[in-house]
Design a protein around this ligand. Structure first.
Ligand SMILES: Nc1nc2c(ncn2[C@@H]2O[C@H](COP(=O)(O)OP(=O)(O)OP(=O)(O)O)[C@@H](O)[C@H]2O)c(=O)[nH]1
Ligand SMILES: [Mg+2]
Length: 202
């Protein structure tokens, strides 16, 4: 069945958050480099929109996808990517921070945390920062297919606890196997104000 997110298409890539143009509602994906942001956007939109790679540091710009006019899904570069010149690494941090604090229409910032590794120091710093800025964040455990199913219940509780949440407040997702993707699709469509609308292309 067609879903509002089936109509998502690439809109633009930018390094200057000031040049993104007007938006009515958007959701953004942040997290460690290699945590699976781009792959998750592809899974949610059911097509290969964002380039994913096993080499960390794949996404280097603010990549904007559009579900309907001014309804956006934003893929961001990851943090904690060790190689590359320090100057450009700092530049990415400033770009991400600049974007997150200047966007007035962010309905949610999905913070991706590797389910097997749990939150890193940088993930916790990001969450503290989002909290301090009063920005709307939501934690998504990713790559949950890498957690043995017999361990999933306990692991979800552990990861949730490590980020200060109740287990059911932590989204539990595998982009590879589709776990939790349907719920997240509906959540994103609702946040963008396009839930229930039929895809324009399907
Ligand atoms: N097992 C498993 N691997 C995944 C999953 N999602 C992503 N991956 C893999 O993780 C690697 C990184 O995925 P990306 O989507 O490029 O990660 P990213 O967060 O966009 O990375 P940057 O752009 O570098 O910040 C790729 O090799 C993906 O195939 C998942 O649900 N399960
Ligand atoms: Mg990426």
């Amino acid at each position: 069945m067609a879903h509002a997110l089936d109509a998502v298409a690439f809109l633009l890539s930018e390094t200057d958050p000031g040049k993104l143009g007007p938006s009515a509602a958007e959701v953004a994906f942040v997290g460690r480099s290699n945590s699976g942001k781009s792959t998750m956007i592809n899974a949610l939109c059911r097509k290969e929109l964002a380039r994913a790679s096993s080499t960390p540091g794949r996404t280097r710009t603010i990549n904007v996808y559009q579900a309907a006019p001014q309804r956006r899904i934003v893929d961001l570069p990851g943090y904690g990517f060790a190689s590359g010149p320090a100057q450009s690494r700092e530049g990415w941090g400033a770009m991400i921070e600049g974007y997150l604090t200047s966007s007035r229409t962010l309905a949610a910032i999905f913070v991706l945390v590797d389910a097997k590794l749990g939150p890193t120091k940088l993930d916790l710093e990001m969450l503290n920062w989002l909290q301090a800025e009063g920005l709307p964040w939501r934690v998504v455990a990713t790559k949950t297919d890498q957690v043995k199913s017999s361990r999933a219940f306990v692991r979800r509780r552990e990861v949730a606890q490590a980020v200060g949440l109740a287990p059911e407040a932590l989204a539990w997702v595998s982009s590879q196997e589709g776990t939790g993707i349907g719920e997240l699709r509906n959540e994103v469509a609702k946040l963008l104000g396009i839930a229930g609308k039929k895809s324009q292309t399907a």
